[in-house]
Each structure stands twice: as structure tokens, then as C-alpha cells.
Design a protein around this ligand. Structure first.
Ligand SMILES: Nc1ncnc2c1ncn2[C@@H]1O[C@H](COP(=O)(O)OP(=O)(O)OP(=O)(O)O)[C@@H](O)[C@H]1O
Length: 279
């Protein structure tokens, strides 16, 4: 477990025994997690595991029904994403709310435009700032005037991350930022995740890919059907163990067991077990 030198200081964000129902669907049950400055907490889970619901609680879109949510040691129950943002919790969704035909800098400042006297937009300032902030995160944009729609998916994610950092986020919640990306682009985004951590943010990184989570994560929460099936610090778990847990360990064993009833099936079951433990 990565011990913080700050000793007794409360983590930036802490969920304890949180539950959330949609009518009689239990989307989350008794889930706990912490996110501290300068750390990446990964939340892993398959479809329907409860990842989106967890994000919505953290981001202020939904209130939790049970358990507690604390920010810097203070209990909160956000009524809207604005409340969460006011406490420094910024969420970057996979389907980024960008205006594709507008320049990168306009998207960077969208809704928070810098103005000079007589409400005239300070375009120069916004262009320079966008370029500088992107460079600080390790991306050298040739032209901040280019429409954001011309950037790659990975670069667009990076603009959103840089923007959140610039506007003072203390905690950054990333909703499957690498899901729709190829290996190279995913690598670019992972580099940003590390950058955000280096800049002292508490990062919550939602993903279903243990190969993306493991290299950048400090803690790992694995969800399955709304419940935690593991919460580990990096030095408590290997990448292979994380992958096996994520693959739904017992479910795969069940699948292998079913396959293992004929000679041909035995070979496939063996393969499946091997795959799960040594991806
Ligand atoms: N608005 C809703 N009303 C009813 N049930 C819901 C609602 N949103 C989610 N659920 C249910 O809650 C459970 C958790 O869903 P959630 O979307 O949080 O999972 P997820 O891990 O994000 O999955 P995915 O990766 O497929 O988005 C699922 O069984 C889902 O069907």
C-alpha cells in the first residue's frame, strides 16, 4: 500500500460502503474506495459492473442511497455536477462534450471564456494558454486554431484532461478514456494520466482493461455486479492476478469446467485457464 507521508490527513475523496439502487436494481452495494493526491485509483469491471454508476455518484449526477461520501474528510451529498466541480472534482466522459468544428482553444475555454474590457474575448490569451497547457502535459500542438474534430481521439481526451487541470481540478475522474482507442493512442492518454498524477491530482481511472490500468495505477478496485471483488494496492497484486480477477475468475473457472467434459473441450478449457492466468 502506498503510504502517504501526510500521515493522518484524510484522502481527497473517500467512499465508504456506498450503495445505489435504480428502483429494485442494485447497481452498487457496499463499495469503498479512496483517491488521494498524487495517486491513480483504478476502477475495473466488466459491462454492468457498476462503473458508470460509481462515476455518477462521485461526479454529483446521482446521490448514493447508503454509505458515505467524503471530500477532504467532510461528508458530502452532491446535488449536481456543479457542486462536485466546486469541490475540485472534474469528470471527463468518454463521449467528450466538444464542438468538433470549433478550434482547440475555443473548446479548451468553452463556457469559461476569458474576456477583456467590454466583454471582448481575449483570443490571444486563450490561444497561448491552450498551447502552453498542452505543452505542459507533453503535447506539442502544431496549431491551436485547428478544429478539435481534426485531432485524434487520444489527443481530444488529452485536451479535456489538460483543461480540467488548468481550471483547478484536484480530482480527475476519467471514464474509460482509452476504451475506443488503438494501442498507440491509448499510450498517449496513459501518459497523460501519469502526468496528472505527477501534477498532484487524485485520479480515478475507470477502465475494463487491466493492461491499461496496471502500469499507471496505485490502487485497484475491481467491481462485479455492483460489488467489490477486490481492492488492492499495487504491491498487493500482480498484473496477472488483476487480469484473472477482472476476467471474473470464478466465472471463467465455471466456463472451463463446462468445457472440460469432452476430450476436445479439455484442450479448450486448458487454454482458457492458461489465458486467464497468463494473458
Ligand atoms: N438508469 C438506470 N436504471 C435502471 N438500471 C440501471 C440504470 N443505470 C444502470 N442500471 C443498471 O445498474 C447496473 C450497473 O450499471 P452501470 O452502467 O453502472 O455499469 P457499468 O460497469 O458502467 O457498465 P458498462 O461498462 O456496460 O457501461 C446494471 O445492471 C445496469 O443495468
Amino acid at each position: 500500500m502506498t503510504e502517504k507521508t501526510s500521515g493522518a490527513a484524510a484522502p481527497l475523496l473517500r467512499l465508504t460502503g456506498v450503495g445505489k439502487n435504480y428502483g429494485n436494481v442494485i447497481a452498487l452495494r457496499d463499495v469503498s474506495l479512496e483517491a488521494s493526491e498524487g495517486e491513480v485509483t483504478c476502477v475495473l469491471g466488466d459491462n454492468g459492473a457498476g462503473k458508470s454508476t460509481l462515476i455518477k455518484v462521485v461526479a454529483g449526477l446521482h446521490r448514493h442511497d447508503t454509505g458515505t461520501y467524503e471530500v477532504q474528510g467532510e461528508k458530502v451529498a452532491f446535488g449536481s455536477p456543479r457542486d462536485a466541480l466546486d469541490r475540485g472534482i472534474a469528470t471527463v466522459y468518454q463521449d467528450l462534450a466538444v464542438v468538433p468544428l470549433m478550434p482547440v482553444w475555443r473548446n479548451f475555454f468553452l463556457g469559461s471564456e476569458k474576456r477583456k474590457r467590454f466583454a471582448v474575448m481575449d483570443v490571444e490569451f486563450m490561444r497561448e494558454t491552450t498551447h502552453r497547457e498542452m505543452a505542459a502535459m507533453g503535447i506539442d500542438l502544431r496549431d491551436v486554431n485547428q478544429p478539435i474534430g481534426t485531432l485524434s481521439g487520444g489527443e481530444r481526451q488529452c485536451v479535456a484532461i489538460a483543461r480540467a487541470v488548468y481550471f483547478g481540478a484536484k480530482a480527475l475522474v476519467l471514464d474509460e478514456p482509452t476504451a475506443a482507442l488503438g494501442v498507440k493512442q491509448a499510450g498517449v492518454v496513459l501518459r497523460y494520466v501519469v502526468q496528472a498524477r505527477e501534477r498532484g491530482l487524485a485520479v480515478i481511472f475507470i477502465t475494463h482493461n487491466p493492461h491499461h490500468a496496471y502500469p499507471v495505477g496505485d490502487r485497484f478496485l475491481i467491481l462485479n455486479r455492483g460489488q467489490s471483488i477486490g481492492y488492492h494496492a499495487k504491491n498487493d497484486i500482480t498484473r496477472d492476478e488483476l487480469t484473472a480477477l477482472m476476467a471474473g475468475g470464478s466465472e471463467l473457472e465455471e466456463l472451463a469446467h463446462e468445457l472440460d467434459t469432452t476430450a476436445a473441450g479439455t484442450a479448450a478449457a486448458k487454454e482458457l485457464r492458461k489465458e486467464t492466468l497468463n494473458p
